[in-house]
Each structure stands twice: as C-alpha cells, then as structure tokens.
Design a binder for this molecule. Structure first.
Ligand code: NIG
Ligand code: FE
Length: 412
C-alpha cells in the first residue's frame, strides 16, 4: 500500500482519460488510451499518454504497473442523502402492498419518518451509520460525494447533519460537497404552514448556515408533496443573497415547472426529471444546468415515465448519474448499479453513464473540467479496475470490480 503521495509512473492496459481526442492523436475518440501511462507529481497528474511517448525526464520515477487493467477518474456521486437516522423498511412493505410513494408521505411516513429518527439520533450515531454507507460506496470507487441535509428541518438538527457531513470528509479520503436541503418537507411544527416554514428557513436557518460556512449549495423538493415554485423561489432568492449556488429536486412525480425555475437561478443541477418537458429542457440548456438522473429512485418507487434523455441529449444538456442514496425512495449505495440502471432503464450509452459519474458529476457540483478527468493539472483521484473495457463497468452489476482507488496520488 502506498499511502504517501510519492511521485510515480502509473501504467495500465487502458486509461479512460475523458478528454476526447488529443492534438497528437494519443487519446482515441472513445477517450481511451491503450498501453497507457500517467505521471503523478505532488498528487497531481503532470503527463498522460501512451507509455512509448513518455518523455525521458520521467523515466527514473518508480512505476506502479497495473498490467492489463483499466484506469478511470475516481467516481463522483453528486446526489445523496447519506446521513439519516433509522430506516424505512416498513414503507417498502407498504409499497409492496400497493401504497404509492405519495400515499406513504401523505400518511405521515416518508421523509417525515426519517425526520423523527434523525432528530432522535446523536451526531456520532449519524456519523457512524453514514461512514458505513460511505465505505460501501468507496469500495466501488467513489472519491467525491455530495451529501444533503433535509432530515432535520429544525435548526438544531439541520446544523447537526451539516456538521456530520463535513466531518465525513475529515474521517475518510473523499471530497465531500455539503448541501442544505431545508425545503425538503414541511416539518410537523409547521404543519399546514409551508409559507411560515420557508420564512423560518430564509430568515433563521440559511443565514446561520452561511455565516458558519456549513453548506456549499442549497437544494429543495419542488413537488405537490413538497414546495411549489413560488416557495422555492423565495429560498433561492435568499440563497443567492447569501452567495450560495442552488440545485433542485424537480419534475420527479409531476411537472411543476421546477426545472425552469432552477434554470432561471442558474442552478448547478436539476435532479430526477422524469416529468421534464421540452420547455424545461430548453431552459436547462440555456442556463447550463446539469440534468442529474436518479434511476434508483425511478426503480424503487416503480415509476413508469422515464426522463426525456433523447431531448436532453439533443439539446446538449450534460447528464450526470447518481445514487440518490436515501432511506425511502432510493435505498441504494451502488454507483455502479446506478450506471447499469441509467443504461438499461433510461437508455444511456455506457460511455454516457461513465461520463455521468465522472466529468458530468463534476459539472453538477460546479467544478471545472479538470475534475472527473485524467489530464495534466488534474488531481490524481483515480480508480484501477479489474476490467479492460469501460463498457464492463455498466454492463455487470454486483461484482465489485474495483482493484485500487487512488486519492491525490495515494493508494487508499
Ligand atoms: O431524492 N424527492 C425527495 N427527496 C428524496 C427522497 C427522500 C426520501 O424519501 O426520504 C429523493 O427522492
Ligand atoms: Fe434526492
């Protein structure tokens, strides 16, 4: 195990660089470099290409040779609700007996059930269960993760969740992006008073979160069982006043116009999108908002309408894929299964799926093109896989093909 970010050459049968064709033709049009090598210095990639083309100045460095294996950027899960108390196995049974996701929510279950359990849990309990879930994800190559709050809703529990999310990044070799999701559900103490709850979010919670630097973005659930466009707009106005970018759970169960609202605020992403229409697609294309597709939720709640992938593709809207790991609508910790489902259920190509958990996942987090890519200047956050072709990452599921994850040049 190399835990020091020692300068070295890393060789593999193929490297998925994610940068398309290079001027000198070293990177094939499928983004694959065969007989590849990359040079890591100070935790960053300084050179990548075919090993025969490596400059003599690097040849004295130690070599990690991974044989015929495939190297990709480490994977990005850009939409999770990783931190929560309890679980919602009973609701799974209710749905098996015919209840819908909305029926369960309206009966006081759903998100509010997790709110009760999360309020009751200590910070250390929340951290421990989130670390267990994260460790599963890391075992599939995740090196960057977004984590939302939204199961506290009161000030104290939201702050507790956000602090646990930050702590996660100190406990494990992973980049954590923290999102405040206050507008997730109307909590019991504000029942029937969604407007008053949004006032509380905007005047009390968001300013404190911004002051303490506890969140990197602000999210909401724009839906008939969540918040309407007018209420979400108030949250977004406040977020922008405080300098925080926004994103939105939009058009998951119905077409509420959430994606267009998100686009109007230059949102990083609009997520779910099963009920997105052509106008919403056009608005997202115009604003550069990333479409985050969440097939685990589609599968779990047995949705039958798929996101308009053809329209998104035609409009050039970048499509990311994520687990939506949460105790209700997507109790899934597998980013590789999300890739498989993105292909099989939503019609993505295997390369779109890989882009969705690398460079487009990075776009959805507001990061530039050096993240989720293997190119000079990028951090050496990599995965070495026991497969030789990127298609295999989407094609199989349940086999855990990761050989080695590398974080900032260190084996982890
Ligand atoms: O992304 N849609 C709203 N929020 C989550 C579900 C959370 C839950 O059911 O606990 C989602 O699907
Ligand atoms: Fe979600």
């Amino acid at each position: 195990m190399n835990r020091e970010a020692a300068d070295r050459i890393i060789m593999a049968g193929s490297i998925f660089g994610n940068k398309g064709v290079d001027e000198d033709g070293a990177i094939a049009s499928d983004g694959l470099i065969h007989d590849g090598a990359l040079v890591v210095r100070g935790g960053r990639i300084v050179w990548v290409g075919q090993r025969a083309d490596m400059a003599p100045e690097f040849r004295h460095l130690p070599v990690s040779d991974y044989g015929s294996r495939l190297i990709t950027p480490s994977l990005i899960d850009c939409h999770t609700h990783l931190i929560y108390g309890g679980n919602r196995a009973r609701e799974f049974e209710m749905r098996l007996n015919g209840a819908s996701y909305e029926d369960v929510a309206r009966a006081g279950g759903g998100i509010l059930a997790s709110v009760n359990a999360t309020r009751a849990a200590s910070a250390s309990e929340l951290l421990e269960s989130a670390l267990n879930r994260f460790d599963q994800m890391a075992g599939e190559g995740v090196g960057r993760i977004e984590v939302k709050s939204g199961y506290g809703l009161d000030l104290e529990t939201e702050l507790k969740m956000l602090r646990v999310a930050r702590q996660l990044g100190r406990e494990r070799p992973v980049h954590v992006h923290v999102t405040y999701l206050g507008a997730h559900a109307v909590p019991p103490e504000f029942a029937g008073r969604a407007g008053d709850y949004v006032d509380f979010v905007c005047t009390e919670v968001l300013p404190q979160i911004a002051r303490e630097g506890l969140a990197d973005a602000v999210d909401g659930f724009c839906e008939t069982i969540g918040f309407d466009v007018a209420l979400m707009e108030r949250v977004f106005v406040t977020a922008h006043e405080l300098g925080l970018p926004v994103k939105l759970h939009a058009e998951q169960l119905s077409n509420c116009g959430g994606a267009a609202l998100a686009a109007r605020f230059g949102a990083l992403s609009a997520d779910h999108l099963e009920y997105l229409d052509a106008d919403g697609v056009a608005a997202m294309a115009e604003s550069g908002t990333v479409a985050v597709l969440l097939p685990g939720a589609f599968y779990t709640i047995r949705e039958t309408r798929v996101p308009p992938v053809d329209l998104l593709r035609a409009a050039g809207v970048p499509m990311a894929l994520a687990t939506d790991c949460n105790p209700g609508s997507s109790p899934m910790g597998s980013i590789l299964l999300a890739m498989n489902m993105g292909c099989t259920l939503f019609g993505l190509t295997s390369l779109e799926a890989l882009d969705g958990v690398t460079r487009h996942g990075a776009h959805a987090l507001g990061l530039d093109e050096t993240v989720g890519a293997i190119a000079p200047g990028a951090r050496a956050d990599l995965c070495v896989w026991n497969v030789s072709d990127p298609v295999e990452l989407s094609y199989q599921f349940g086999f855990r093909p990761l050989h080695q994850r590398i974080f900032g040049g260190c084996d982890v």
